[in-house]
Write a protein that binds this ligand. Structure first.
Ligand code: NOJ
Ligand code: CA
Length: 558
């Protein structure tokens, strides 16, 4: 039996929560978040219902790409604590029933990493082939750069040897040469190290770039073989060392290519992948007040094998990329949610968080999160989404959404005892400032965004068919409404979302036996199908409803 078909498939209906230790909670008052501070917030995360923490890079780093530029894969950045502090966090999370996954950045290192310092010294240095070098003048690659505001080529000439090194991201992030068996051995060692310290898997950064053969010689490509085999080896290694650990890939490419990274029908590649296509279609649908683009995307998703899963999200720590939309579609989303140039970045994305994009309308914000949790797959949240945090647009590029977590209404947001000016990043000073948006106030308010998200998580967990099941679109006449049914074994949930501000009455039919009842998951209210199996549901403007389908003889659990 393949490894992917064994073990606990906990990730099928997990609730993932990503955070950067640096901006989450400061334990020692120096203005920088740290592991000691995070340890003190694990109970908060458990209370929220999070089941899997994803820690963004916390390794030693010059911090020119917010930690994605690593100088030592085997340590914790001293500003954030020590390996001991890391283990405390992992252990506490496990004690509260939470898994912990960490970022695995193996496409590149910092140019300050000792391997690169060696590599650039001479063409015969033992570390030369740890990176990708070329001696001939590279062609124009300005159309391939990821950060067009900073870079105009993916090759950088290095004075010391007069050759060029590959950097798919910033020039201070030279790409590792994974065609080199020594590099691959080192990657397995890194995985083994963190597995030994208790992690439950990895979020693998920049997957398509890791496996591209850009700059490799034909001999290297020949010797390396199918890059997907390397991914399979990583999955197998994570499985062997952790038991039920996962690899969750950042893979923003068309669905058919994603299927390959899942390991196709065997499902022995990436355990999970973020659904960037579905996320972009969701924003287009929200902008148009018409779920059709999202329905189309869901229909195009490849059928996954048992051992794999989609991770759904509405926001992450990067720009809200809209790169897979057409120019016209992207402009529609820009017009609706980020019309000002200062809200946009790289010509392809938005710098805002969801609440400000929705004009602060709680009905629309809640509908969007209800939608997220109802989509086929596993939901993933970015810290602060549970309280509706905003952004600081004056911050450069993606840093706009990487502001400190807002715990209290105090000026430093309870993030730190240090004064505001000493904080690692600024806090919003508008209607999303700590005074208006914070955990302390919302935890005691049953109508808050926090209370709403906590309940949503609880309901999602209570209905495992949402993560495990097969979805179908229910026919109904309103173009602004998405009606989905999700079945798994005996269970089935129907979710309805109204993308428009106008209330509607939705009528649809179900092929169920007489006496079937739909029970509203949030209110417990019951609706009966009529003799023809028809039902009518009233949806407010931006309204949403979830129903569990109960046959006449089903035993209710609650
Ligand atoms: C993707 C990460 O999400 C992003 O923040 C980072 O800049 C690049 N990979 C490079 O590591
Ligand atoms: Ca600190």
């Amino acid at each position: 039996m393949r490894i992917t078909e064994t073990g606990d498939l906990w990730w099928k209906n997990a609730v993932i929560y990503s955070l950067d230790v640096e901006t989450y909670n400061d334990g020692n008052g120096d203005g920088i978040g740290d592991f000691a501070g995070l340890a003190g917030r694990i109970d908060y995360l458990a209370e929220l219902g999070v089941t899997c923490l994803w820690l963004m890079p916390f390794f030693p780093s010059p911090d020119l790409d917010d930690g994605y530029d690593i100088t030592d894969f085997y340590n914790v950045d001293p500003r954030l604590g020590s390996l001991g502090d890391f283990v405390e966090v992992t252990r506490t999370a496990h004690d509260r029933g939470m898994r912990v996954i960490i970022d695995l950045v193996i496409n590149h290192t910092s140019d300050q990493h000792p391997w690169f310092k060696q590599s650039r010294k001479s063409t015969d240095n033992p570390y030369r082939d740890w990176y990708v070098w070329r001696s001939d003048t590279p062609p124009d690659t300005s159309d391939k750069v990821v950060f067009p505001d900073q870079e105009d080529s993916i090759w950088e000439k290095d004075d010391k040897t007069g050759e060029w090194y590959l950097h798919n991201f910033y020039k201070h992030q030279p790409d590792l040469n994974i065609a080199n068996p020594k590099v691959r051995d080192e990657i397995f060692k890194i995985i083994g190290f963190w597995a030994q310290l208790g992690v439950d898997g990895f979020r693998i950064d920049a997957v398509p770039f890791i496996f591209s053969t850009e700059g490799n010689t034909p001999e290297e490509i020949e010797a390396f073989g199918d890059p997907h085999d390397f991914l399979r080896d990583i999955r197998a290694m994570v499985g062997r060392r952790t038991g039920d650990g996962i690899i969750l890939g950042e893979v923003n490419i068309p669905y058919t290519d994603q299927y390959t990274f899942f390991g196709e029908e065997h499902g022995d590649g990436l355990t999970m992948q973020f659904d960037f296509i579905g996320m972009q279609a969701a924003y287009l649908s929200l902008a148009r007040q018409d779920p059709a683009p999202l329905v189309k995307a869901l229909g195009q998703r490849p059928q996954l094998s048992h051992g794999t899963q989609w991770a759904n999200f509405l926001r992450n720590h990067d720009e809200l990329t809209l790169d897979k939309l057409t120019d016209k579609e992207r402009q529609e989303v820009f017009d609706a949610f980020g019309p000002e140039p200062e809200m946009q970045v790289y010509g392809r994305g938005l710098k805002r968080r969801l609440p400000s994009m929705m004009g602060g309308d709680p009905r629309r914000i809640r509908m969007a999160y209800s939608l997220l949790f109802s989509l086929p797959g596993t939901p993933s949240l970015f810290y602060g989404e549970e309280i509706g945090m905003g952004e600081v647009l004056s911050e450069e590029g993606r840093m706009a959404v990487r502001t400190p977590m807002q715990w209290t209404p105090e000026p430093s947001a309870g993030f730190s005892t240090a004064g505001v000016r000493k904080l690692v990043a600024p806090l919003p000073s508008d209607g999303y400032s700590p005074e208006h948006v914070n955990v302390a106030d919302q935890r005691s308010d049953p109508d808050s965004q926090y209370a709403f998200v906590r309940d949503l998580i609880f309901r999602y967990r209570q209905h495992p068919e949402l993560g495990w099941g097969q979805h179908e679109v229910i026919e109904q006449p309103h173009t602004a409404v998405l009606a989905l049914r999700c079945r798994h074994e005996e269970n089935s949930v129907i979710t309805l979302h109204n993308f428009s501000p106008d209330g509607v009455t939705v009528a649809f039919s179900l092929d169920e036996e007489p006496g079937t009842v739909l029970v509203d998951v949030f209110t417990g209210e019951e609706c009966r199908l009529d003799d023809e199996g028809r039902i009518e549901v009233v949806l407010d403007g931006y309204g949403y409803r979830w129903y569990r389908v109960h046959g006449p003889d089903d035993r209710r659990l609650y």
